[in-house]
Design a protein around this ligand. Structure first.
Ligand SMILES: [Zn+2]
Length: 245
C-alpha cells in the first residue's frame, strides 16, 4: 500500500513509532569520519560540516513533528469532548490523533483537512528517512586500546543495526566484530594499558598501585586484566589525595 492510500490513522500510528525510533538513535552522526575512513579525499565536505548538517536535519525533523503533534492534539481537545488532558509526549499526542483520525479526515474545514493529510505523509517520510539513514558512525565511549592515542572507538551503524568493525577516531585502528563482540566483560576487566590511560599515569605506576592496593586481577603476565572498579577507585582516591573532590 502506498503512503498516499494508507489510512490516516495508520500513518499517524507509524509516525509515532518511527518518532520513537529516531529519537532513540544517537544524535551525533559523523559522516565525515566515514568519508575519511573510506579513503576518498577530495570528495568530502569540510571537517565537521556533515555532522552539523545531519544533526541539524535530525533536530529540525523532530522539532517539526513535535510542533505538529501538539497542534493536532489541540485541535482534537478543542473540538471533541471527553478526551481528557493533553498527552505529555509527541508519540502519545500522535497516537491520540491516530485514534481520532476519522475526525481529522472528515473535518469541516477543507483546508485544514487537506493540510493535515499532506503534512502527515510528509512528516512520516522525513522520519522514515531519518530512521533509516545510510552508513553512520556512532561514538561508543570506549577509549582506544593504544595508550598513546587519545581517540575512542566508533561503531559504524546502518539504520538501527550495529555492524562491522569498531574504528578508533584518533588513529584509525580497527577492532574486528569477532573481537569487540567478546567485550561484554570489558566493563569489568581492563588491560594495564587501559588502566594507565584511564588514570593518566604510566604502566609502571599502574603495576605499583595494583600491587599496593591489591586490585582484583585476572590472567597472568601479558594477559593480566584489572578490575575496573579498583582502577576507578584509584582515580577517586588519587583525587581525594590531592584535595580535589
Ligand atoms: Zn587510537
Amino acid at each position: 500500500m502506498s503512503l498516499d492510500t494508507l489510512p490516516l490513522s495508520l500513518v499517524l500510528d507509524e509516525t509515532a513509532t518511527t518518532y520513537e525510533t529516531v529519537a532513540a538513535l544517537p544524535t551525533v552522526v559523523e559522516r565525515v569520519a566515514v568519508a575519511r575512513l573510506a579513503g576518498k579525499p577530495g570528495s568530502k565536505p569540510p571537517p565537521g560540516a556533515a555532522d552539523l548538517l545531519d544533526a541539524d536535519e535530525y533536530h529540525r525533523g523532530l522539532a517539526a513533528v513535535d510542533e505538529w503533534a501538539l497542534f493536532l492534539a489541540h485541535v482534537l481537545l478543542d473540538e471533541l469532548d471527553g478526551l481528557g488532558a493533553l498527552p505529555d509526549t509527541t508519540p502519545s499526542r500522535l497516537r491520540l490523533a491516530s485514534r481520532w483520525a476519522e475526525h481529522l479526515e472528515h473535518h469541516g474545514d477543507a483546508h485544514l483537512r487537506y493540510a493535515i493529510g499532506l503534512d502527515a505523509r510528509e512528516h512520516l517520510l522525513t522520519l522514515r528517512r531519518l530512521s533509516k539513514r545510510g552508513t553512520r558512525v556512532v561514538r561508543t565511549a570506549s577509549l582506544c586500546l593504544d595508550t598513546a592515542c587519545r581517540g575512542e572507538y566508533v561503531a559504524t551503524i546502518t539504520g538501527p543495526e550495529v555492524d562491522g568493525d569498531l574504528v578508533c577516531s584518533g588513529c584509525g585502528s580497527r577492532i574486528p566484530r569477532e573481537q569487540w563482540q567478546r567485550w561484554g566483560s570489558r566493563t569489568e576487566w581492563v588491560t594495564p594499558e587501559h588502566a594507565a590511560h584511564l588514570l593518566g599515569v604510566s604502566r609502571v605506576a599502574v603495576w605499583q598501585r595494583a600491587a599496593r592496593e591489591g586490585w582484583r586481577r585476572t590472567g597472568t603476565r601479558r594477559e593480566v586484566r584489572y578490575h575496573r572498579e579498583d582502577v576507578l577507585g584509584a582515580t577517586v582516591s588519587a583525587m581525594q589525595g590531592t584535595g580535589v573532590s
